[in-house]
Design a protein around this ligand. Structure first.
Ligand SMILES: [Zn+2]
Length: 427
């Protein structure tokens, strides 16, 4: 295994080039899907091994994958040892097969990620995440932590009596979990007179929900769990189709990527690379995957990559916080706005009780956003205040309408949906 801490910029680029060439050659020989793509392009895998040429290779979308899933499988079924599923929020989740080699690769990825977050063989780590239900990440974390030599305790994500019990019995130093779950336990402990801050837990590895703003400062959720637990939070973000995760180091300036396992790009709406540091869609190409490698997979998640040297000393690129989903991006009077940016403003205003955003298309490439708010106190001054704050943060002003709490609840439709709806896309 390469020691990423000693890699220089030139060596990184070379690892990326070699990895891309290997993956292209492998899918050219083994994937019916990519064989079709090469045939349609009248090209061979080696025609794309140069980086400029590679950037012209067509993106692979989620629809491409779910539409012809078996054509992506590159090994005989008898070599598949695990089937996970992607975390699809709609429809049937896509099957994701792995060979034993793929599970080892997942383990290497998490070994590198957790070491980046400072974990060692001296740590005792509670895995408070789903370990079954075809969830790839739970398995990956376990593989990574045992590779490090840390002691793992798989309490899972159910009721937290067992977790609190283990806090007493084995004195864990870290927990891997979903931030909102950590907040729930923290609030429960606070109400019941348990002082979590005095527990030996000093690291909380947070998955599945953002804990940072795009400028890397902690968001309210991140701040709250750091305060409740008296421990540092680290963000990790993973994508099933790429069998990869990006995890923060102590410098907290984005999740480090592992160049021998993934080649990552940030692209604009046309699939072209954006200038360094700019926001666009994350696109990834797996390196070293045997069962279901994927080339230029468009994740639908928008973020940015920083390639200058990290304060921790590593040169490996870092992925910033996810700023939104590509399909939710709005164009308001020529300005790109993600719903999350509007939410950040509304969440920060104590005058706002609840809200719902409604976006409509008013012309080609032009959207109109209406923010419906239920307010505490005086409606007229409240609406102006909301408008001013939105204008300052977004550089454009959406339509702000003050409505009753009943109207908001009707729009949020909590009865029929599992969580309240705050963004209604009518485009
Ligand atoms: Zn770093």
């Amino acid at each position: 295994m390469i020691d990423e801490r000693t890699l220089e910029k030139e060596a990184l680029a070379e690892i990326g080039r070699r990895g891309i060439a290997e993956t292209l050659s492998y899918v050219g020989s083994n994937s019916r899907y990519y064989q079709r793509v090469f045939k349609e392009l009248h090209a061979r895998p080696e025609d794309f091994s140069d980086l400029d040429a590679f950037r012209q290779f067509p993106l692979t979308t989620k629809q491409d994958v779910s539409g012809s899933i078996r054509d992506f499988w590159c090994v005989e079924e008898q070599r598949v040892v695990d089937i996970s599923t992607t975390s699809g929020t709609t429809g049937h989740p896509t099957l994701y097969p792995m060979t034993y080699g793929d599970i080892e690769r997942l383990g290497v990825n998490e070994y590198l990620s957790f070491r980046c977050a400072g974990l060692t063989e001296h740590d005792t780590v509670i895995l408070a995440v789903t370990m079954d239900r075809c969830f790839m990440a739970g398995l990956a974390y376990y593989e990574g932590l045992t590779r490090i030599g840390a002691t793992t305790i798989r309490v899972g994500s159910g009721p937290y009596g067992m977790l609190l019990d283990f806090l007493e019995r084995v004195r864990p130093t870290a927990i891997v979990s979903v931030p909102s779950y950590l907040r729930k336990i923290g609030l429960y402990a606070q109400e019941n007179g348990l002082d979590l801050a005095s527990s030996p837990v000093n690291r909380l590895i947070c998955i599945g929900e953002p804990i940072r703003e795009p400028n890397f400062s902690l968001n309210p959720l991140g701040q709250q769990i750091e305060q409740l637990w008296g421990a540092r939070v680290y963000s990790t973000y993973g994508i099933t189709e790429l069998a990869i995760s990006f995890c923060e180091c102590d410098a907290a300036g984005g999740g480090h990527l592992h160049p021998e396992l993934i080649y990552a790009e940030i692209v604009d709406e046309k699939g072209h690379p954006v200038p360094e540091g700019e926001i666009g869609e994350l696109v990834g190409t797996t390196i070293g995957v045997q069962a279901m490698p994927i080339v230029r997979f468009a994740t639908g998640d928008c973020s940015f990559i920083q390639r200058e040297r990290c304060a921790c000393g590593r040169w490996t690129p870092r992925l910033g916080p996810i700023v939104g989903r590509k399909r939710h991006l709005m164009k308001i009077k020529g300005t790109s706005v993600y719903p999350a940016a509007v939410q950040r403003v509304l969440d920060s205003l104590p005058q706002v009780r609840e809200y719902v955003m409604v976006v409509r298309s008013v012309a080609a490439l032009s959207d109109e956003l209406t923010v419906m708010v239920a307010l505490q106190g005086e409606a007229n001054t409240g609406a102006d205040l909301v408008r001013q704050h939105l204008q300052a943060a977004l550089k454009v002003t959406p339509v702000v309408k003050v409505v009753s709490m009943e109207e908001i609840e009707r729009l949020q439709d909590i009865q029929h949906l599992r969580k309240k709806r705050v963004f209604i896309d009518e485009r």
